[in-house]
Ligand binder design. Structure first.
Ligand SMILES: Nc1ncnc2c1ncn2[C@@H]1O[C@H](COP(=O)(O)OP(=O)(O)OP(=O)(O)O)[C@@H](O)[C@H]1O
Ligand SMILES: [Mg+2]
Length: 279
């Protein structure tokens, strides 16, 4: 059977690989991050059918700071997808980082409604990630662009979560300062596999800091069987090994960690009020 995450990687921003044939229902998952906005369309079985992603600067420290920019980004992504889709896409879900519910719940709901999506679910990011990971007892550390989210899971449910303002952006800032180059150039060097060794040497202290932040939170909890590392920054080769050394717990990094939370957001549509989601 096709691995949904593997398939998602193949279709993101590749309309030629989008395929809606035979789908009985379609659902949209929208993730508005500090680094990127992504919309994923899944079918009733949870298989991704289409997905669009673009770099956006509409959120900071987990909060939407540019409502119009966010609305436009989601609108453009959905317009592109709907252009290729023979049936209407009417249901969707979105999420918010730990401890930002008060500020994000309504904003993100309005954004989805603004692009003609009925909101089936607005859930917290670690719960979304765990929809894919299915951890029973453990933790999820989500290292995104601007923040690192830490969540503890007991009996399959998030019992604690928090967010710290350190993420991939800080790695790029350190690279930019070290090489005296622009932030954009630093981003390119960071993702250049040929420069990986050199990059790790420069950013190692920042990665260790992220690891020690996570460790400080997780030390408060006993019996964590494993820690899963997700988020775009975990795509950096060598990153998870350094974090693992700091956390001192069994740590694993799934394939394509940047897509775990966004896919989980889309999948959450299937859990909501079964009959409503499947109508
Ligand atoms: N291959 C890669 N190597 C290194 N870093 C990467 C790679 N791919 C993405 N990143 C980094 O991942 C970060 C974005 O991660 P992600 O897509 O999870 O962020 P986000 O969800 O938008 O942000 P946040 O969760 O902080 O709101 C950026 O800093 C980006 O540079
Ligand atoms: Mg994120």
């Amino acid at each position: 059977m096709t691995d949904p995450i593997e398939h998602l990687r193949k279709i993101v921003n590749h309309p030629e690989n989008w395929d809606f044939s035979g789908a009985k229902q379609l659902y949209a998952g929208v993730d508005l991050g500090t680094y990127k906005t992504i919309a994923i369309i899944i079918d009733e079985a949870g298989m991704p059918r289409a997905a669009g992603m673009r770099k956006t600067e509409v959120a900071r420290s987990g909060l939407i700071i540019d409502y119009v920019g966010a609305l436009n980004a989601v609108r453009e992504l959905m317009q592109e997808i709907r252009k290729h889709c023979p049936v209407p896409i009417v249901n969707g879900a979105t999420s918010y980082p730990p401890k930002t519910e008060y500020a994000n719940l309504k904003t993100t709901t309005y954004i989805l409604e603004g692009v003609e999506l009925e909101v089936l679910n607005v859930l917290d990011e670690p719960t979304a990630a765990n929809r894919v990971l299915k951890i029973e007892n453990g933790a999820i550390v989500d290292v995104g662009g601007g923040t690192t989210g830490i969540a503890v899971i007991k009996n399959g449910k998030v019992i604690y979560s928090n967010d710290e303002a350190t993420g991939g952006v800080h790695l790029s800032l350190v690279l930019a300062g070290n090489y005296k180059i622009s932030y954009e150039e630093a981003e390119k060097i960071k993702t250049d596999k040929d420069k990986n060794r050199e990059v790790l040497t420069v950013v190692r202290p920042v990665i260790e800091k992220i690891g020690s932040i996570a460790a400080t939170y997780l030390d408060e909890f006993d019996d964590l069987e494993k820690v899963c590392l997700v988020g775009g920054t975990c795509e950096l080769e060598g990153f998870s090994d350094i974090v693992a050394q700091n956390i001192r717990l069994e740590t694993f990094r799934p394939k394509f960690p940047q897509f775990i939370t966004p896919l989980g957001i889309a999948l959450s549509c299937l859990d909501v009020n079964g009959s409503r989601a499947r109508d």
